[in-house]
Design a protein around this ligand. Structure first.
Ligand SMILES: Nc1nc2c(ncn2[C@@H]2O[C@H](COP(=O)(O)OP(=O)(O)OP(=O)(O)O)[C@@H](O)[C@H]2O)c(=O)[nH]1
Length: 368
């Protein structure tokens, strides 16, 4: 009988750096005999395009958040991978890594796996690795229950974007916030970690080392009624909260190339329109300046990363595909601005020149 295949869960709030870490692991060869399951929130999926390697072991779950509606699809995908490995249609798997969406509470995923006796005969739940962005981390933990749960269930917490933090006190506060949620997890700095197999291998997931609240979420009766540091409710459907909250997503698509100035103007306008409501922007853009090298844009709350260019298009589509995720605010305004700037004429709407010549627009970016 084959040894159970370890399953690692990679979690972390929107834009924390999960795909960046996966790319480092894939490029270092550490995941060569592993399968990677990617789940994304938003109907235009980009993550699989931003993962720099394409092979049959990288599987994208269809649109939807794995913690809510996608648990059935996850179980089917795992069963299919195991079947393909057993029937030697793919090589034997040494590990499966599941990347959750940034809005996922990982506990229902863990619970779904733990509660599936057939799968658990063939799989072994290994570590939960949570990524936390040093720039937005404390604010995100304060505002979003999903982020608190990601930290609480983790065995290992990787802190990303420490290179962007000038003040050590910010990091100290973040670590204290995370300690309050998870007293035992190891903290690692993303800029120090070696991207090898050891990073995703934490050893069997050990519930007895977890906080009472975590054991309760995972269905193990806890001694106490609640743990005060988590403002979670005990309603059976707590994990559906984000589906009914103010979090909304929009996909913006445009055919044909645009100038870099248009992209720059749109990013400036987006910051102004969305303000604190913006959780995430990511996109691939065909620019007139380098049509063969797509521009990748990333915004994570108020932090906009410098756009980068990919060497080539990851698939046969061209043009612009962007996803914007907001917590409240007006997606409609974002859409109208996009249509105006990207050159889709609309009645009663400012045109491109009026918007891009706006003296209040936020100053631009340089492209790496
Ligand atoms: N400076 C810096 N940028 C980082 C670091 N980690 C990630 N980023 C940037 O953060 C942005 C978002 O990173 P992703 O890897 O796409 O984040 P993600 O968690 O996969 O995002 P979602 O799937 O949307 O939740 C990108 O522009 C990355 O280059 C880091 O340690 N330092």
């Amino acid at each position: 009988m084959n040894e159970p295949v370890p399953v690692s869960i990679l979690t972390g709030f929107l834009g924390a750096g999960k795909t960046t870490l996966l790319n480092r692991l894939l490029n270092s060869g550490s995941l060569s005999d592993c399968a990677v399951i990617i789940n994304e929130f938003g109907s235009v999926s980009l993550d699989h395009l931003l993962v720099e390697q394409a092979n049959e072991n990288i599987v994208e779950l269809p649109d939807g958040c794995v913690c809510c509606v996608m648990r059935g699809a996850l179980v089917d995908t795992l069963a299919d991978l195991l079947d393909r490995a057993q029937t030697r249609r793919i090589p034997r798997l040494s590990r499966i890594v599941i990347e959750t969406t940034g809005l996922a509470d990982p506990s229902p995923v863990l619970k779904a796996l733990m509660g599936h006796p057939v799968l658990m005969g063939m799989l072994r739940l290994d570590g939960v690795i949570a990524l936390v962005d040093a720039v937005n981390g404390s604010m995100t933990l304060a505002k979003h229950e999903e982020a608190r749960r990601q930290v609480a269930v983790a065995d290992r917490i990787l802190i990303s974007k420490t290179d962007l933090i000038a003040d050590d006190a910010v990091l100290a506060t973040l670590k204290a916030d995370m300690r309050a949620l998870n007293p035992r997890a190891a903290f690692l700095d993303m800029s120090d970690v070696v991207a090898d197999k050891g990073l995703v291998s934490c050893g069997p997931y050990n519930l007895s080392e977890k906080d009472d609240a975590v054991r309760e979420w995972l269905g193990e009766k806890a001694e106490h009624d609640h743990a005060p540091q988590f403002e979670h409710d005990h309603h059976a459907h707590h994990h559906h909260d984000h589906a009914h909250s103010h979090i909304q997503t929009i996909s913006l698509v445009h055919d044909g190339a645009v100038s870099f100035g248009v992209v720059d103007a749109f990013l400036g306008q987006l910051r102004a329109i969305a303000g604190d409501h913006l959780l995430r922007l990511k996109g691939l853009v065909e620019t007139m300046e380098h049509p063969e090298r797509p521009l990748v844009v990333h915004g994570v709350q108020s932090l906009f990363h410098p756009p980068v260019r990919l060497e080539r298009w990851p698939d046969s589509s061209r043009g612009t595909r962007m996803v914007v995720i907001m917590d409240g605010g007006s997606l409609d305004e974002v859409k109208r601005t996009f249509l105006a700037l990207f050159g889709t004429p609309q009645i009663d709407m400012a045109d491109h020149a009026a918007l891009s010549d706006n003296p209040l627009a936020i100053a631009g970016f340089t492209v790496r």
